[in-house]
Design a protein. Sequence first.
Length: 277
Amino acid sequence: MNFFKFFLIFLIATFFLTNCTKKEKVSVIVEEDVELQMIRAFREGYQEFEAGDALYAAKKFNEAELLFPQSSWAPKAALMAAYVYYAQDYYFDAESELNRFIKTYPKNPDLNYAHFLLAMCYYEKIVDEKKDIGPLLQAQEKFNFVIKNYPNSDYALDAEYKLNLIQDYLASKEMYIGSHYMKKKKWIASINRYKTVVEKYEKTIYVEEALHRLVELYFTIGLENESQKYASLLGYNYQSSKWYEKSYKIFNKKYKTKLELKQEKKGMLKKFKKLFD
């Protein structure tokens, strides 16, 4: 009786294993057939892209992915659809495709590229950083994500370079607002903007001018100790800077900057030439 039960279990197990094996073979044959069709559709999309019709190419890539989602070419088609939108400056469409790709294919080996391209979409939408910093902040967040999660990828270095440019953009916005407040004689509001540049964007090209403006502003409101503190900081780090010369002149009224000396010399030369006219 025990032997019969064992034999029955063995037959059932053999039956299921055999059927599973057959199904897998049939599935493989179907997958190969789909693969061939997918490649043809993918090629058609690529040919349209090469011919210059990016929008139609994107539609063909979308069609290919939807018609044959089982194929390993499906995520490639989805990514190509996003890229052709990006290449033709349709950034919102590209973002939509990339976000869908990230959700649909979370383990795809090209996920690092998808995140980087999404960051580039945000970056390319930067039109006027003085008015709208939304795309800047989105790009900054996504580039940081790429660096953190894919530090050894080919895109990490590019992401870092773009981040430096974004820092310059953000610093320029603070400088612009600081200058606006300065013209309106809103000294404290202006000081806060320039301090933000010094503290948050110290590696940008704007830090020298920001330090000088703090020297100038603190001197204007009578806080000479604070003014001297920032002048010393400027002199220690950027002694050859034109902004240090301007700050130095605030405390030494008779001091002449290189530009002033050059203009003075030019004026004397003109007077000398007139003697022979």
